[in-house]
Design a protein around this ligand. Sequence first.
Ligand code: PLP
Length: 414
Amino acid sequence: MTTITQESVPTASKSTTSIQISARAKSTQDSPIRKLSATAEARKQKGIRVYHLNIGQPDLPTPPIVFETIRDLKMSTLAYAPSNGLPQALQAWRTYFEGFGLSLEEKEIIVTAGGSEAIVFAMCAICDYGDDIIVFEPFYTNYNGFASIANIKLNPIPLNIRNGFHLPPSEEIEKHITSRTRGILICNPSNPTGTIYAREEIQRLVEIVKRRNLFLLSDEVYREFAYGTPVNSVLDFPEIDDRSVLLDSTSKRFNVCGARIGALASHNKEIVQSAFRFGMARLSVASIEQLALVPLLKSARTYTQPIVEEFWRRRDIVYEGLKTIPGVISYEPEGAFYIVIGLPVKDAEHFSKWLIEEFEYQGQTILLAPGPGFYATRGAGVNEVRLAFMLNGDDLRKSLVVLRAALEVYGKRF
Ligand SMILES: Cc1ncc(COP(=O)(O)O)c(C=O)c1O
């Protein structure tokens, strides 16, 4: 038997070769959205009011029925749930999808740990090491992290703020397809841009994936957050039933981010079976949360409608407010609760840092999410920031007054 003594324990100073973590672990980025949060806290300690426009954590209460359901649960053992999800949760998801005219069998749905796990499962199901997936940038920044976990590449196609970040023509998209491209991932309605793709735009993608033999993955976690524009699901296009994958989540639409309940759904049996097998490897999704959200999924509109109405009001406030700030490039976001705006500055990272470290207007400042974090292409989005509408109407208005004042001062100083 080997006895481990203090002498034999390797230490950094004694070992000749230092042990290395993987290249992909090193290259996985910190959340760019949270980067400036520590400074914001320090600023608050000094008595400055900080308006958080940076983060997409809904500020509204969770429907009380969630906690009531948990209190009423009669369980003696907290067992693993089946790897594809509890029957009650699968049935509830099916009912939920039916409410949007999406007809799915329970065996075509896998309950996942948030939309995040659904996205990782989908990436792993369609790609091998080194394959790529097309994304439209700016994109949800965690797609980078998911791609690292799945060991795949993101293949970004730039969108343009001038047309509200809508999709480019087919030729432009097809130019980016490589021999390793396995699919296209869209986020509809989009985080971070708030864009909702028109039926014709998705049809364009449908034709491409058919022609080029690709999968179409659609992240629809913001489905209900649509302000007068219809949202078409990827599953609304039966001609690609063999290659469409829907990625979904309860987090935002019900204000239950901490419950960690999402879903992957597809009419492609192999995709669903693969997700099931990945699910077996992680055994189970939390069973209490699956049960707690059943009432929400079963009568979704009851709970989502008031939330969506509130965000519609906020969208209007932001859109109208931004139009009055000189030099800001904006557009009317059709959905979700975000907008990416262009600022009259050279470096939005520097501006955001300056705002939170130094600037104040009547004892207030704002925290923004700098644009480059939402791009994979180096140098893209340098004068852009993302705003999330996570403040009540009054605070949103005040935060835009602060933004306007800040741009005036910054423009004179830098
Ligand atoms: C576009 C998008 N997809 C997926 C997710 C993942 O959400 P969750 O894992 O909480 O379901 C988020 C969360 O912010 C998101 O914005």
